[in-house]
Design a binder for this molecule. Sequence first.
Ligand code: NDP
Ligand code: OXD
Length: 303
Amino acid sequence: MALLLHSTPERGAVWGRIFADAGEGFIADEAGVTDPALVTHLACWTPPADLARYPNLRTVICVGAGTDHFPPLPPGVALSRTLAPGIEAMVRDWVVMAVLALHRDLPAYLEDAARGAWQPRPARLARSRRVGIMGMGRIGRLAAESLGALGFSVAGYSRSGAPVEGVAVFGADRLDDFLAGADILVCLLPLTDRTRRMMNDAFLARLPAGAGLVQAGRGAQLDMDALRRALDSGRLSAAMLDVTDPEPLPADHWAWTDPRVLITPHVAAHTDAAEGARHALAVIRADRDGQPVPGLVDRSRGY
Ligand code: NDP
Ligand code: OXD
């Protein structure tokens, strides 16, 4: 019984030490597989092409939080996404940065600065700004807590509408009400059949005039042409994106040079190697003990 890591040598070195300390079988890369039948777990960002090579494979562990890029797995093989406090904290930090940037007009000040223009603008109190977070999962809840602590008026939106303490959560049947109250909209949704291209012209038109958009989910959720139209019409005042469609965003894409759009290249989080290894150990042990596997992805709903 062993875990095969399909990743970088740097990650392999950290995982190797942690697995050795834990007394668990570990293979640092495919070249080190002497007997494919020994491989019971595989950890990777993108899986190797031939998973059928491993007849005793039980779980594939995605070393990140989102698993939308995973192909179908062989029958009986479970998919686990990495649950790591570091991923969640890093995305939360990025979202707080982006919301503050839009709240305090950073895109406009950067544009002024490029021209050497000293041009103060009126500022608003955080409590007068309504932030709507789409996706009240592990990251959305953390972001809601931090933004609430900064004084923003925070609402949430999720498929189930499950309650979250201190946040008004809207279920999928109340999208219109949710959007109408989002001065700054934050997307922290997984990419699924339902959320692909969700943010299109009709969707953005339901936001208050001059709203801000913060996108840290997945690029394919936002129609980039609709984003441009919403900025041109004034429906949106500015946007900050960590994920784009496509990725990488081509060097000549309009969004790079539009002063209303701030872009980071999908860097809101990366998985700390040690945290990833600890998640993998938890998966192996839960599986061995017949317990629910942490981070189990429900592939029928897509997350
Ligand atoms: P979770 O699975 O914990 O939460 C997902 C949330 O989205 C849940 O609240 C869920 O609703 C909601 N949801 C799913 N589908 C819909 C839908 N169709 N309509 C409304 N709500 C929906 O995920 P995480 O918080 O851990 O991560 C969210 C996403 O963030 C990841 O899937 C990934 O795409 C992205 N991400 C981006 C990173 C970056 O670097 N930019 C880094 C890490 C993650 P319910 O509660 O009812 O199930
Ligand atoms: C993730 C990511 O899903 O980095 O972990 O996007």
